[in-house]
Design a protein around this ligand. Structure first.
Ligand code: PLP
Length: 365
């Protein structure tokens, strides 16, 4: 993305909060005040718009603020459906909104289209929110089939595709109405900012309301973070591909190994969602997986503490590998078993990653 004024091969970074009008008191480039948008943020939006095959893209200062804006843009009391296993804070927020009477809310088993069909209320449900692959067991939902179910009932489909960036899955092409990412994860890839992004085709009825909500809430991604995000996006494919290749080798190594009762990874043929994932994840299955650990209670947590290459931290999609005793982080109520270790496989040499988890298994045997 050349800087058109100077020819610099890296775009300039604009951090201005406000924009001068011209001699006729007209806006020069459409920018007024950075709460509504700014040149660097728009450049980031343009890059993601092209990657997603979208007509509209908006960047937010976190993934959560992006999804909050979608739900805030629905009519008061709208019925929303989402998975019972998904990013736990999103689920927590939906439940709170339902408790306050802001929305009606029903959940369904992730990846189960019959369960989804059963909770959709034709003419009443306004938003179907799926996450695929989904946090926890990385279950897979068929995006095209979910879109058909949502549309038949008069609802829109939002896909949280955080674990499957647009180099592997383009939800809008599969029929989704909104593609959402926590851009904190793969899109940025360097664990140095929080961001969220929504993309849609032209004419989505709630799109302008979403933009308005972002302006009211002041959740537009600032220029510096947008600039960092653009830098991260330059290596998206190579980071994602390397993480996917590492993860596949890692998953195959640990599947069936003593001390591991299951490897939950959509790239393995043993995963319930493998066939659908193979269809809708065209450039690899990503770096996200969970291990179910055999042995006494407490072993999975002990392994997370014993890891030396994997960093014991939450989040995902960065160049560095992370290990998380998920139940300790999410708490009870989200269907996460005590023996589940969530791994975000990064781009280190895969032998170092395998050796690290082998030594953590040995240290806790
Ligand atoms: C799948 C998924 N969706 C949404 C979010 C929320 O994004 P953020 O942390 O950028 O607000 C996360 C964060 O972990 C996530 O993993």
């Amino acid at each position: 993305m050349l800087d058109s004024a100077s020819g610099a091969v890296v775009p300039a970074m604009h951090s201005a909060s406000t924009f001068a009008r011209d001699e006729n008191y007209e806006l020069r480039d459409g920018f007024v005040y950075s709460r509504y948008g700014s040149p660097t943020t728009q450049q980031g939006e343009d890059v993601i718009k092209a990657l997603e095959g979208a007509d509209e893209t908006l960047l937010f200062n976190s993934g959560m603020s992006a999804t909050v804006a979608v739900v805030e843009s629905l009519p008061m009391g709208a019925h929303v459906v989402a998975q019972s296993m998904m990013y736990h804070i999103g689920l927590n927020w939906l439940n709170r909104q339902a408790t306050r009477g802001v929305i009606g809310f029903d959940s369904f088993e992730a990846g189960n289209l019959e369960a989804l069909a059963a909770v959709i209320k034709p003419g009443v449900t306004k938003l179907v929110w799926i996450e695929t692959p989904a946090n926890g067991d990385w279950s897979i939902t068929d995006i095209a089939a979910a879109a058909d179910l949502a549309h038949a009932a008069g609802a829109i489909l939002m896909v949280d595709s955080t674990a499957a960036p647009p180099c592997t899955t383009r939800p809008l092409e599969l029929g989704a109405d909104i593609s959402f990412h926590s851009a904190t994860k793969y899109l940025n890839g360097h664990s140095d900012l929080t961001a969220g992004v929504l993309s849609a085709r032209a004419g989505l009825p709630i799109w302008e309301e979403i933009r308005t909500v972002r302006g009211f809430q002041g959740t537009t991604l600032p220029g510096f973070e947008a600039w960092l995000l653009i830098r991260g996006l330059r290596t998206l494919y190579i980071r994602y591909k390397t993480a996917s290749d590492n993860a596949m080798q890692f998953a195959r190594h640990f599947e069936g190994l003593d001390g591991i009762s299951a490897v939950l990874y959509p790239g393995l043929s043993s995963h319930a969602g493998h066939a659908v994932a193979a269809r809708q994840m065209t450039a690899g299955f990503g770096g996200m997986m969970s291990l179910l650990v055999d042995g006494p209670k407490g072993r999975a947590l002990a392994m997370a503490k014993a890891a030396k290459v994997f960093i014991p931290a939450t989040s995902l999609g960065g160049v560095e590998s992370l290990i998380e005793h998920r139940l300790s982080v999410s708490g009870e109520g989200y269907g996460i078993p005590e023996n589940l270790l969530r791994l975000s496989i990064g781009i280190e040499h895969v032998d170092d990653l395998i050796t690290d988890i082998e030594q953590a298994l040995a240290a806790t045997a």
